[in-house]
Write a protein of this length. Structure first.
Length: 301
């Protein structure tokens, strides 16, 4: 187990953000493998961008406009940890104008009222998002969650995050050497190793992906083994944190939109045209649609 020091950083919040809502989302987000939400704090463990050192962080919201980040990792990595956490909580984007998307679209306004302060909560990195895309491809969610848990338990690293032990997802260097995982088919194993190698080479750098035109980044990601359009969108939106992409391959989102807008026969181009009113926060609004859709599905069971 890795025991860490506790230097602190701060994050200035631009726009509305509710840490409690973010923590609540992670608790119900199966791929994150999170324990129960902790009142007033969000604890995270993850491989550091670029070099893979397992680190931890505790986030607390001191005021609507400020968060503290208690960093559990080598002191020289404090700034990098804070930067990664900022992206993971979508706090690297100025959300001041997000309410304007609701002003242009009453359906979005209702979503914002139902989920105040909730921004997209991301995978720790495009690397982790890509691994999830491979693990979850064409199997049930419960099976994919078991595979991810098994992979993390066997090849991840325990991190003491302020008295709570969390296990970090395996770093690219560890995953690149993976030879066997019970229940994981050979083709997926090969793809995971390729993802790890791509991460080590910088192909999955979040800042670089977001700096590209979106379509160019999506094409680049689809060069990875096993990554199609759906997975590429997942990596760019939920891994790199691009705030303004309408997911054209996410059929579940499209179904939720058709119901919300009373357009049962709407095709993807029509839905994408509706989403133009959400810019420059199309990814954020799509996230809220998903969250609300999942909540209603749970209520109907």
């Amino acid at each position: 187990m890795t025991t860490m020091t506790r230097p602190c950083g701060e994050i200035t919040v631009r726009g509305e953000f509710d840490l409690t809502a973010a923590a609540r989302f992670l608790t119900g987000f199966a791929p994150a493998g999170r324990p129960e939400a902790e009142p007033g704090a969000l604890r995270l463990a993850f491989p550091l961008d670029g070099e893979g050192t397992p680190v931890g962080a505790v986030l607390r919201q001191r005021s609507p406009g400020e968060l503290t980040v208690e960093v559990h990792g080598p002191p020289e990595h404090t700034e990098a940890v804070v930067t990664q956490v900022r992206r993971m909580c979508s706090l690297d984007v100025d959300g001041t104008a997000f309410p304007e998307a609701g002003a242009r679209d009453p359906v979005v306004s209702l979503l914002q009222d139902l989920h105040p302060g909730l921004r997209p909560v991301l995978f720790a990195s495009p690397y982790e998002a890509a691994c999830w895309a491979v693990l979850s491809h064409r199997i049930w969610m419960t099976q994919a969650v078991r595979l991810r848990r098994r992979l993390t338990e066997r090849h991840g690293t325990e991190v003491d995050v302020g008295g709570t032990v969390l296990r970090s997802f395996p770093a690219p260097a560890a995953l690149a050497k993976l030879e066997y995982l019970p229940g994981l088919p050979g083709p997926k194993l090969t793809r995971l190793r390729a993802i790890a190698e791509a991460a080590a080479q910088g192909t999955l750098d979040a800042a670089a992906l977001r700096a590209m035109p979106a379509e160019e980044a999506l094409k680049e990601l689809q060069l990875l083994p096993g990554i199609g359009r759906f997975s590429a969108e997942l990596i760019l939106i939920r891994g790199a944190g691009h705030p303004d992409i309408f997911p054209r391959s996410e059929t579940r989102l499209h179904e939720i939109m058709r119901e919300a807008y009373h357009l049962p026969g709407a095709e993807v181009p029509e839905l994408a045209e509706i989403a133009e009113a959400w810019a420059p926060f199309r990814s954020w609004v799509a996230f809220l649609f998903r969250v609300e859709g999942e909540a209603r599905m749970r209520e109907s069971r």
